[in-house]
Design a protein around this ligand. Structure first.
Ligand code: PGA
Length: 251
């Protein structure tokens, strides 16, 4: 049977000090205590992972990081390794977010190294892909996505113990209040599922969750979640307030 548990993931980006993160996570725990059948993840900044992990320990909420380095340890000032994330309580890690690609020199090659390191260490990578507005206008959306997914997942092994999540985030929709239309989203998500099938086979394609991200809000989440190939959302701005994030989780 084809069934994918929806995943609603909050990317807190560079927001919230430790105290603010603990406060927001504690409020969220209470707000989602009734939730069943939806996976929830929050990704605070690295500095708050360990404290937030304590707050959400007995809740339905999982923890994610916003980036990862591919070596286990070493002289790599400022980097964070897979074992460090696991020991801080993470189950997920966001990789290749467009802000990393745009401002911090992330490439498909470095994305691929991070994905493989995360996966082999037991974390679930969330691979972010998406076209810019110019690329969409130039009708390059599908070739851009094809390259990002193929290179990002190159030589990755997926099976029942190693899964990934893909997040389609059109760059022009992130933090802009512009959401892609339902047709645009479904078209891309079914393209991505076909790519998964061609590269990893039917079982993996059916089991892999594909999230939409880009200005997801309480008032547009249900129409997005109604699309057949949308299995969840990656939420930035609207995940910062526990009340609005809880409304999205209760889509
Ligand atoms: P947004 O961000 O919801 O604020 O548009 C989404 C993201 O960057 O993951």
């Amino acid at each position: 049977m084809e069934y994918r548990i929806p995943l609603i993931a909050g990317n807190w980006k560079m927001y919230k000090t430790c105290n603010e993160a603990v406060d927001a996570a504690s409020r969220l725990v209470k707000l989602v205590s009734d939730i069943d059948g939806v996976d929830i993840m929050i990704a605070p900044p690295f500095t708050s992972l360990a404290v937030v992990s304590e707050v959400i320990r007995d809740s339905r909420i999982d923890l994610g990081a916003q980036n990862i380095f591919w070596e286990k340890e070493g002289a790599f000032t400022g980097e964070i390794s897979p074992p460090m994330l696991i020991s801080s309580g993470c189950q997920y890690v966001i990789i290749g977010h467009s802000e990393r690609r745009q401002y911090f020199g992330e490439t498909d090659e470095t994305v691929n190294k991070r994905i493989k390191a995360a996966s082999t260490s037991g974390l679930i990578p969330i691979l972010c892909v998406g076209e810019t507005e110019t690329q969409r206008d130039d009708k390059k959306t599908f070739s851009v996505l094809d390259k990002q997914v193929k290179k990002g997942l190159e030589s990755l092994i997926l099976d029942e113990h190693h899964s990934i999540v893909i997040a389609y985030e059109p760059v022009w929709a992130i933090g802009t209040g512009k959401t892609a239309t339902q047709d645009q989203v479904q078209e891309v998500h079914s393209f991505l599922r076909d790519m998964l099938e061609n590269n990893f086979g039917n079982m993996i394609a059916k089991a892999t969750r594909i999230l939409y991200g880009g200005s997801v809000k309480p008032d547009n989440v249900s129409e997005l979640m109604a699309l057949p190939d949308v299995d969840g959302a990656l939420v930035g701005g609207a995940s910062l307030q526990p009340e609005s994030f809880s409304k999205i989780i209760h889509f």
